[in-house]
Design a protein around this ligand. Structure first.
Ligand SMILES: [Zn+2]
Length: 246
């Protein structure tokens, strides 16, 4: 069996109401770990949020295509996402090629998100680094005219970075979202990936689940809340008002 999924069809832009946010993830589970709480908070506030997984995430030591598809569906239903698709690119071999860039740009044109989210740009995992470069390049590609890509020209206004990294970095995020209310549901979505989070992992503390919890508490503590998720931006933040700052 191949480790690549059939790419999700591009939504028809004439029928699909534009997304507010599109989160681009190298593997199914990265969006949940990095910003699952924020995704659900935005959905709770009535925004339209989608996730584009670039690869199947397989092979992994304890996963299989069937398991990963089932786990992704379970996490998607916990989060109640507006849209989720898979770009059908190759796990462990993700590269910033023109072909992959055009494919992601085509999703961007059909989904027309206002904002894009990509993995943070320092990481040990080559797929994550490639996903960041691909998202940056696809954002630009999506606004080009006179191309064969589906959908209208579209340029997401902002590109922000979420943290799902394989390095233990002492990062200084640009901002932190309060996800205290969404915390339990975030962990439910994360635990849906049992083959990645629990099976075969060392059971002595701190487990991988412990580590995700500690990080959520750490970021929450820095904003005087119980749980938070950090983000980064290369461009200055543009605020409408100071009213929503905690
Ligand atoms: Zn990943």
């Amino acid at each position: 069996m191949t480790n690549t999924l059939t790419p999700t069809e591009f939504p028809n832009p004439d029928e699909f109401e534009p997304l507010d946010f599109l989160v681009v993830a190298p593997h199914p589970d990265d969006a949940e770990i990095g910003m699952g709480g924020t995704i659900m908070r935005m959905l709770d506030q009535g925004m339209r949020v989608g996730v584009l997984d670039l690869t199947s995430g397989e092979p992994t030591p304890h996963g299989s295509m069937e398991t990963r598809i089932r786990e992704t569906a379970a996490a998607t239903s916990v989060m109640n996402l507006t849209w989720r698709g898979n770009a059908g690119l190759v796990n462990r071999a993700l590269e910033n090629t023109i072909e992959a860039r055009i494919r992601i740009a085509s999703y961007i044109r059909c989904l027309r998100p206002r904002w894009l989210f990509a993995p943070y740009y320092h990481d040990a995992h080559p797929d994550h680094l490639a996903a960041t470069l691909l998202t940056e390049a696809a954002r630009f590609q999506a606004k080009l005219s006179k191309t064969d890509m589906p959908g209208p020209r579209h340029h997401p206004e902002r590109l922000y970075y979420y943290f799902c990294i394989h390095l233990r970095l002492a990062v200084q995020p640009a901002w932190i979202v309060d996800i205290s209310e969404q915390w339990e549901r975030k962990m439910e979505a994360v635990r849906a990936y049992e083959s990645q989070m629990i099976t075969g992992r060392p059971a002595t503390p701190p487990t991988l689940i412990d580590r995700i919890r500690h990080e959520g508490e750490h970021w929450g503590r820095l904003i005087n809340r119980t749980h938070g998720e950090p983000f980064d931006t290369k461009e200055p933040l543009a605020l409408n008002s100071l009213r929503d700052l905690l």
